[in-house]
Structure formats: C-alpha cells, structure tokens
Write a protein that binds this ligand. Structure first.
Ligand code: BES
Ligand code: ZN
Ligand code: ZN
Length: 478
C-alpha cells in the first residue's frame, strides 16, 4: 500500500473527506452546521484521540480532537494521524486541515511530521503472506498548508515511516522465511536503493574473524549465519562516528535450553534490534545528518540440532574473552558480544545496541517501555531526550557493580547468566564486558516493545519497528 501525500495551498480542497483538527477549547470555532448541541449529543469534546464523522453541505467531515490548545504536544498530532487513518480506509482521498492550531514547540512542520508519522504507521498492515489481502481504497492524503519547511516535513515523515514499516515487515516475516541469508539479502537491496555501503561476512568469514559467539549460537542450526555491516557516510561530516548494533536472532527456539511452546510462539521477533538498525539506516541518505553511522547486525537463529552448543560449553568471543554457556537461551548476548567487540575496536564516539534481550525486562517494564542502560550519562540523556520527542518510551535502569560477580565462572572468564533476579541488569553487565572503557555505550532492551500482542498507540498487532525513530532522532541530534 502506498499513500500519496500532497501539500495543498488552495481551498476548497477537492478530496472525498475533509478532516479538521480541533483542540478541545476551540470546538465552537468550527464551521457553520457544527454546533454545541450536536457535538454534545455525539459525545465529542475535542479531547486528544477523539474522532467524529459528520456531513456538511460541502461534503463529509471528520473532526479530530487534539486536547487543550495550551498543552498541544507532538504525541497528540501523532495520535490524531493514527486515529484518522484507521477510520478512513473506505475513502479514496482525504485532506487534513490543522486550522492553525500550533504553539512554540509544535509548529506546522513538526505537527505535520508527527501527524503523518502517526498516519502512515497507523495505516500499516502486514499482508505479504495473505493470498487475498483486503485493500484499503485510500490513495491520497492532502495536507493543507504551504512552504518549504512543511514540504520537507512531509518527505521526512515519509522516509521515517518507510524505515519503521520496513523493520515491522522484517519482524513479521516468519523465522522460516527470514533466515540470516534472507535478512542479509534484504539488507543488500536496501543498501543499494538507499545508497549505503554494505559488507557481509558469510560463515567462513565469521569463522576467520573468530566470532565465537555467533558460531556457538549457530551450531544447532542448518541455516548459515551472517554478519552484516552497513555504513552511512555524510556529505558534510561533523567528524563524529556512531556505531549501532542490533541483535539479529532470526528465530529463538532457546537452543538445548529449549523454550516452552508459548515462549517460542513470538520468537520470530528476536531480530527486532537488527531490523531497527536497518530501518533507521535506510532513512539516512534522505535525512542527511552529519554523523558517520555504522550498523552491525550479527545474524543467526538459535536452534537445537545435534551439534548444538551444550550447557557448560565454553565459547571464545571475538575480543578473546571466554564465556561459559550455562543457558543456551541467553544467546543474544553471545552474538552481541562479538558485534560489540568489533564496534569497540572501531574507536567510535558512541555505541548504541538494540536487542530483544530479556524476558526480565518485560517483567520489569511491561510491553510499552524499553530498558535503557549504559556507561555514559550524556549518551543516556541524549537517548532519553529523543525518546520524549518520538514517543518511544525508555526507562533508565542501573548496571550495578555489586551484581557483576554473578557472572563469574568457575571455568571461563565469564558465564552467560546470573541469578534468577534482575536478569535485564545482568544481561547489561554481560554486554559491558565487551565494550572498551573509552567508548560511551548505551544498551536498549526492546524485548517488550518490539512486538505487540495486541495493538497499542500507532502499532497494530505484531512487529512495531520500535527504536527506528529513536535511533534516527539520536543520530540527528548528536
Ligand atoms: N529472546 C529472548 C528474550 C525475549 C523474551 C524477547 C520475550 C522477547 C520476548 C532471549 O534470548 C532469552 O531467551 N532470554 C532469556 C535469558 C535467560 C535464559 C537468562 C530470558 O529472558 O528468559
Ligand atoms: Zn533466548
Ligand atoms: Zn533471544
């Protein structure tokens, strides 16, 4: 489905439906024919998230509540966009008039971007595997407004939404379809289309590079592993270099420490970190930030074939550290250990990793918050600020020194699990073992928000593309 977004200056706009954005304290400024009694009778008071359809002599109208005009926020516009697009699938063309309802923080370009992100993400459906997909009739969305800045906001929103929806598609593809090789092929196609450079290590190259974590996790699989490295080089470089790392477990059965049937049922989502890195990087040539960005995606599934890594086996990670694997289901940290070793050797200005890493993080924060950990308060703060702008919630968790000894192993340098408690934190502490002291590093555990069991916010069921907008925002503000 592609929806064409247009900017229209002149009124009346010739679309089948007109949507009017209205704050709760401005509902009486609406066009003739919409009066207080009518709105009251239909229960519409302009609160954020409300929508009301009605008919005026000039045609069908939708009213979109965005809450009090004093407290307008981007999230209100995002929510309005999602609401509208979910309800208008039977119209061919829809126009949106913001009615000049802006303020200092929320101006027309940023409101337009937020609204369109909400709209394009809200309209998403994963239909690739349906033999008769239901088609939405919506072809055109017209934004009433003018100026270069609004035009730019439209193309920004389109490219960001495309990146998020790419990540969603990849998460939604079953583990049997999106193998590591299939993922790397998709990354190659995206790199070509979006003018990024790409380097792919195949199984032999991964062996040669001594990435013992990826090899160890891959041992139980008939699918070959891959290690994808994408790079974006800015036209006007600031000199800064950011490395993004995404967990790419294309299916997590748990290995010999096998998951339950229920625990396994959504584990095609376990490459959500790698998908978010790919989705974010797909936008960079269009958004043209000045930082250099490298994306690292270690890719394998976690199966339990006859030669699978056994509990008690010891792996040697890329940076030379040895790991005793006491639970093969704690596999994400093993492949990330290799990738973070590579990232550390790049001596970048910062490393951020995204991973569907622990069930413990979901227990702590539920499914709409990611856990945020790291070694550098400025980087943490930058991510928290971006999170406020994009609405992708993060919560800062500690990396307690006192818990580090839980990872002491009797036979190797470290073991891959701690005690039963605080699993998100011991996972973070494990990753920290592979980060060089000089490089600021942040870890985002997206086990909760990467996959929606039921719709929330702008997300339908399934892959959410969580982290794409967050990463893009961090990159642009670095
Ligand atoms: N991929 C899972 C974490 C996960 C769980 C992601 C639920 C999304 C939803 C990860 O590889 C895992 O299995 N972690 C174990 C670690 C444990 C064995 C220390 C977990 O959380 O149970
Ligand atoms: Zn696992
Ligand atoms: Zn996993």
């Amino acid at each position: 489905m592609t929806i064409e977004i247009k900017l229209v200056t002149k009124k009346p706009v010739k679309t089948q439906l007109h949507a009017l954005v209205t704050p709760s304290d401005k509902i009486l400024d609406l066009p003739a024919g919409i009066n207080k009694e009518f709105l009251e009778s239909r229960g519409f008071d302009g609160e954020a998230g409300q929508i009301l359809f009605t008919q005026l002599p000039e045609g069908p109208i939708a009213l979109l509540g965005v809450g009090e005009s004093e407290n307008l926020e981007h999230r209100n516009y995002r929510q309005a966009g999602t609401k509208l697009l979910r309800e208008v699938k039977n119209f061919r063309s829809v126009s949106v008039d913001f009615g000049g309802h802006f303020n200092k923080e929320v101006d027309q370009p940023s409101a337009t971007q937020a609204f369109l992100e909400g709209a394009l993400l809200g309209a998403y459906e994963f239909t690739q595997l349906k033999s008769k997909p239901k088609k939405s009739s919506l072809k055109t969305l017209a934004i009433v407004g003018s100026g270069q800045k609004v035009k730019k906001a439209i193309s920004r929103a389109e490219s960001i939404a495309l990146g998020v929806n790419l990540a969603r598609d990849m998460v939604n593809l079953p583990g049997g379809d999106l193998t590591p090789i299939a993922f790397s092929r998709k990354a190659t196609a995206i790199a070509k289309e979006k003018k990024l450079s790409i380097k792919i290590l195949d199984a032999a190259a991964i062996k040669k590079a001594k990435m013992g974590g990826i090899l160890g996790v891959n041992r139980g699989s008939t699918q070959q592993p891959r290690f994808v490295q994408l790079s974006y080089k800015p036209q006007k470089p600031s000199g800064k270099h950011l490395v993004l790392v995404g967990k790419g477990v294309t299916f997590d059965a748990g290995g010999l420490s096998i998951k339950t049937a229920q625990g396994m049922s959504t584990m095609k989502c376990d490459m959500g970190g790698a998908a978010a890195v790919l989705g974010a990087m797909s936008t960079l040539n269009e958004l043209a930030p000045s930082v250099r960005v490298t994306g690292l995606m270690p890719l394998t599934d976690n199966m339990l074939g006859g030669d699978a890594t056994r509990p008690g086996d010891v792996l040697r990670i890329k940076n030379g550290k040895t790991v005793e694997v006491l639970n093969t289901d704690a596999e994400g940290r093993l492949i990330l250990a290799d990738a973070l070793s590579v990232a550390s050797a790049m001596k970048a200005d910062a490393i951020i990793d995204l991973a569907t890493l622990t069930g413990a993080c979901m227990v702590a924060l539920g499914n709409q918050y990611a856990g945020l950990m790291g070694t550098d308060s400025d980087l943490i703060e930058a991510i928290e600020n971006s999170s406020k702008e994009t609405g992708e919630e993060v919560w800062h968790l500690p990396l307690p020194k006192a818990y580090r000894s839980q990872l002491d192993s009797d036979v190797a340098d470290v073991k891959n699990i701690g005690t039963n408690w605080g699993g998100a934190l011991t996972a973070g502490l494990f990753l920290k073992e592979f980060i060089s002291e000089e490089t600021p590093w942040a870890h985002i555990d997206i086990a909760g928000p990467a996959f929606a069991d039921s719709p929330w916010g702008e997300h339908p069921k399934g892959g959410t593309g969580f982290g794409v907008r967050l990463l893009v925002n961090v990159i642009e503000n670095l």
